[in-house]
Design a protein around this ligand. Structure first.
Ligand code: A2P
Length: 285
């Protein structure tokens, strides 16, 4: 069962192959989805400072009935933090909010502050400062692994060429019809695990006729086809859902997409319209 499988990060830490995305969930809903997902067998939850649910995540993990070392929790350093001092402070704030002795993985949410996401400036210096703070927290045992998110090859090179500890993870937008193969290849060459957020295209893939047809052939849903596609590419999907049945079915992906169908999916035309989500910069790119 895929929920029990893990990838090994470059420092030997094991990370469950599927994680639950929690963007847009806060308050009681956040507590509830952690509880439900743990009951469904998930052991990997993806949070962020920007989601404003770290307190709830920590609380729910502590009350989950599962040993702390059996749950993998990720949070993200806010995209706007590009100085060493602010990053140090902010990492400690996450630990305090979660009320946990350590966080399994902390990643820089974006190489650029969100409001500058579509601009050319890459914040190389600022990212090195934030990275140094993550390295130190890692060395102090506060974080079990460190990484980045939304980083392109240039952004990764900046860190790799100047750092003491290489990123272990890059979390990026990756799904059928929008898979950044060059970044993925670069990460593989550098022993960086690639996590795929919005593996079902923030829902936009669900109504596509060709995908419905292919999914029917395997007797699965489009969501399952999309999640399985990520796994077969060696990616770590982070599907989001607040619904218990979908949590379960999104993790029931022990089937095999044929090589031929994988090729079709890899070469599929890009979805241009993410509907409501198009207003977010990561979907607008
Ligand atoms: P809901 O919470 O109502 O299930 P992504 O992870 O690609 O960003 O997609 C998240 C969106 O897809 C959410 O709106 C979620 O809504 C929906 N979703 C997640 N899993 C499924 C599924 N198995 N079937 C249909 N919709 C799903």
């Amino acid at each position: 069962m895929i929920l029990q499988e893990t990838y090994s990060l470059s420092n030997g830490v094991e990370i469950p192959k599927i994680g639950l995305g929690t963007w847009f969930s806060n308050g009681d809903e956040a507590i509830n989805i952690v509880k439900k997902s743990v009951e469904a067998g998930y052991r990997h939850i993806d949070s962020a400072q920007a989601y404003q649910n770290e307190k709830e995540m920590g609380e729910a993990i502590k009350n989950s009935g599962v040993a702390r070392d059996e749950i993998f929790i990720t949070t993200k350093l806010a995209a706007e933090i590009k100085s060493y001092d602010e990053a140090v402070k902010s990492i400690d704030e996450s630990l305090e909010k979660m009320g946990l002795e350590y966080i399994d993985l902390m990643i820089i949410h974006s190489p650029k502050p969100w409001q500058n996401f579509l601009e050319d400036e890459r914040y190389f210096e600022g990212n090195l400062e934030a990275w140094k703070a993550l390295e130190e927290a890692y060395e102090a045992g506060k974080l079990k692994a460190i990484g980045v998110s939304n980083f392109e090859i240039e952004d990764l090179k900046n860190i790799i060429d100047n750092c003491k500890i290489k990123p272990m993870v890059n979390q990026i937008l990756a799904h059928i019809s929008n898979t950044p193969f060059e970044v993925i290849e670069f990460c593989k060459e550098n022993d960086i695990v690639v996590e795929a957020y919005s593996p079902i295209g923030h829902g936009a893939l669900l109504d596509e006729e060709d995908l419905k047809e292919m999914a029917a052939k395997y007797n699965v849903s489009v969501a399952q086809l999309a999640i399985r596609y990520c796994l077969q590419l060696g990616l770590l999907p982070l599907p989001k859902t607040t619904n218990e049945d979908r949590m379960k079915s999104n993790a029931a992906v022990d089937f095999e997409i044929s090589d031929e169908d994988m090729e079709t999916l890899k070469n599929r035309d890009k979805i241009e319209d993410y509907g409501e989500a198009s207003k977010f910069p990561v979907f607008a790119k």
